[in-house]
Structure formats: C-alpha cells, structure tokens
Design a protein. Structure first.
Length: 403
C-alpha cells in the first residue's frame, strides 16, 4: 500500500540494509518498504532489493548532493537505504542534521562492526571500531600497540594495500589482518594473513579485523609524549613542561583550545590526543612552522586541528571562541591585554614564560586576576668529565587562571 504522510507520522524512514538484502530485514523494515512511495539509496543497495511499486532514486556522489533531492520529497512516504546501522559511521547522522526530530525514524540493522566481531569471536565492547572509509589511515596511528584489536571500515579494495603499507611503515607488519568482504551476504569472503604477506584483490564493501603485532613504537597514552614524536626546529614545549602544561590546561569534554605560538604543535596535538571530542586552533606566525604543525598532526592521526598562519592578537579575530587558551610564545603586554579584554568569563588561560620580561607580565597579571603561579625548574643528567652531573634547563614560570 502507499499514501501521503499524515500529521505526526514521520515521512522518512531510514532503513539499515545488509548484504543479504530483503531476506535479512525484520518485519518493520519490510513494512516501511512496502508502504513507501519513493526508495532512495546507493545503486548497490537498491540492487539488493526486489522490484516494487515505489519509485527508485539512486543516491548521487558526492553524498551531499543527495540531501536537497531528499528534502524535496517532504510530504511523501520515503525510505532511505543505508548500510547496517545508519548511526554508526553511517549516513544517518548526516541526514538527521537536516531534519526535525518528528520527520524521521530509523530501523537499523546489524553494523559491519557487530558482524565482524561475531565472526572473530571478539567482545565488541573491548574492540576499537574506526570508520576509515572517509578518513585518513593516520587516524589509526595513536591506537597502534601490540595486542590491540580493531575493526576498520575502508573505502574500497585498494585501501587494503594502503593499510598494509601503513602498518609495515609503522613497524607493525606482523599484525594479523582479516579482510571481510560483503559480510552477511551470499558473496561473503574472508581472507586472513600477516600484514606484510597479505596479497589479493578485494572488493567493496569490506572491513578489516586487525590484531596489532610487531616491534613498532606505540604512542604513550599519557600527556608528555617524547619529543621525538614531533618534528621541530627546536621551538617546542619540551616533554616534562608539556606534561605539566597539559595538566594545567585540564582538557574537558568538547572543549576548544587556542594554542598561540604553536611552534611544532606539540601542545595542541597532545590536547587532541586526550579525547576525540576535543578541538583546537593553533596560531603560528611563521609559515614553515605552521606547515610543520600540519605535518605533525597528520602523522599522529589528529584531524580536528585548524592551523592559522598569523601573529596574535591580529590573527585571533573571527576564530571560533575558545574554552581554553595556551600562550607558549610571543607573549607581550598587547597580547595579554587583548586576551584579558576579549576572552569570555570562564575561559581558562595558561601562559608559560621563559624570559624575565614575560615573567614580569605574568607576575603582574596574577596580581590583577589571581590564579596560580608555578615555577618549573628541571635538570637532566649529562657527562661531566669522566662522571655525570646535573645540567639545568632554563626555568619556566607558568600562570594558569580561569577568567
């Protein structure tokens, strides 16, 4: 049957479809398809269903081009087809942004992550699930450590070879890869092997179950990663001070950071590594250093970082308002005055000083605004003749305050 959507009845149903087509759909999803005037989805999904009375519209590429077509169908009964669970690395999240809550409902199917975990006998709650079909492989880098397990979606068959190369270059060629094609359908095929020995032609749709192994370096989980993780010309907050600085910045769910005087980007990158909900803007006056920040971020798998080439405070106008601000370089009276005058109440501000002039600015600011002052004095062991002695580094004065 078919008919117009009525008041209070969603006109759009998002149906999660597996590789087994209509045979794998529950009664509610079959009923939605039977009632639909229009069925819209990628050609591959449409081909999995038998012909019916509903008009079929192939979703275009790129995906965003299909949104206006869909919205033009308001008032008719429409089904949009998506893979598995539309709200786990799927199209459902994008569609929901363009719709009011009462306009749609979702009928999800098993996700490829669930299907892959069931094939492997893994508890899904303990497995990393990453959607890399529209994201760089470097997003996997922070999670590479021997013993880790992950299920990854990839864009196409060629991406399997790219993943192999990525793992081998990082020192994890001994990892066990299980490539799963067309999971849950009649074309299902599973291929397993070591990353450094895996060959073959693979076809979309696919995902990979990964068991990480090999002597590659694992990125530490705590703040204060080794300096050698970051390419730098020497302008970088060094590891112990960086750990103390991240503690003072106190990352919280969803917070946005301004990293003023970004240098190598080590502060903003470690900020982003703290939690996937965080974001950051690094402001760096030198173009070569700004490029280096972008390279470090890409290599370490963080992509929620905007790098602005320019000098503060001029370069700060028009940027997304921060929840937290760090000043690691270029602090002067003009910049400090701009921050005090413009930052919203409740913004957290942390500044590090290594010169007497900037230290004096922070001492005066603490007198005006309160907050905490910390003097950081560190020494590292170094050869001293035939013995060893302590070589002190320049002291750092840190001011942290919530405005």
């Amino acid at each position: 049957m078919s008919g117009e959507a009525i008041m209070g009845d969603p006109w759009l149903t998002i149906v999660g479809l597996g590789e087994d087509g209509a045979e794998g759909l529950p009664p509610a999803s079959l009923a939605a398809l039977d009632a639909a005037e229009v069925v819209m989805g990628p050609p591959r999904h449409l081909a999995l269903l038998p012909e019916g009375q509903a008009k079929r519209i192939a979703w275009p590429v790129p995906f965003a081009d299909g949104i206006p077509q869909l919205l033009a169908l308001r008032g008719r009964r429409v089904v949009v087809l998506a893979s598995g669970d539309p709200f786990w690395c799927g199209a459902g999240t994008v569609l929901a942004r363009h719709l009011d809550p009462g306009e749609w409902r979702a009928l999800p199917g098993p996700s490829c992550f669930s299907l892959a975990a069931s094939r492997m006998g893994w508890g899904l709650e303990s497995v990393l699930c990453l959607g890399l079909h529209a994201a760089p492989l470097s997003r996997l880098r922070p999670h590479l450590a021997s013993g880790a397990r992950a299920v990854l979606t990839l864009r196409d068959g060629d991406a399997v070879a790219a993943l192999v190369g990525f793992l081998c270059e990082a020192g994890f060629g001994a990892s066990r890869m299980t490539v799963m094609e067309a999971l849950g359908g009649p074309r299902e095929r599973i291929t397993t092997g070591r990353a450094d020995a895996l060959t073959g032609d693979f076809a979309h749709p696919l995902c990979v179950a990964l068991e990480v192994a090999g002597p590659g370096a694992a990125l530490p989980l705590a703040s204060g990663r080794g300096d050698d993780w970051f390419e730098s010309d020497g302008q970088m907050t060094k590891r112990p001070v960086r750990a103390l600085t991240l503690s003072a910045l106190a990352p919280r769910q969803g917070a946005h950071l301004w990293d003023i005087g970004g240098g190598s980007g080590s502060i903003s990158i470690e900020w982003l590594l703290s939690h996937p909900s965080l974001s950051a803007t690094a402001i760096e006056p030198r173009a070569d250093r700004a490029d280096r920040i972008r390279g470090n971020a890409a290599r370490l798998g963080v992509d929620r970082l905007l790098v602005v080439t320019g000098a503060a405070p001029q370069a700060l106008d028009g940027l997304q308002a921060p929840d937290v601000v760090f000043v690691g370089g270029g602090l002067d009276a003009a910049l400090l005055g701009w921050l005090e005058a413009r930052l919203a109440p409740g913004t957290r501000l942390v500044a590090n000083a290594v010169t007497l002039e900037t230290e004096a600015l922070l001492l005066a600011a603490q007198g005006r605004r309160g907050g905490d002052l910390l003097r950081i004095e560190l020494a590292a062991s170094a050869p001293l003749g035939r013995r060893r002695g302590w070589t002190p580094s320049r002291p750092v004065v840190q001011w942290s305050v919530t405005l």
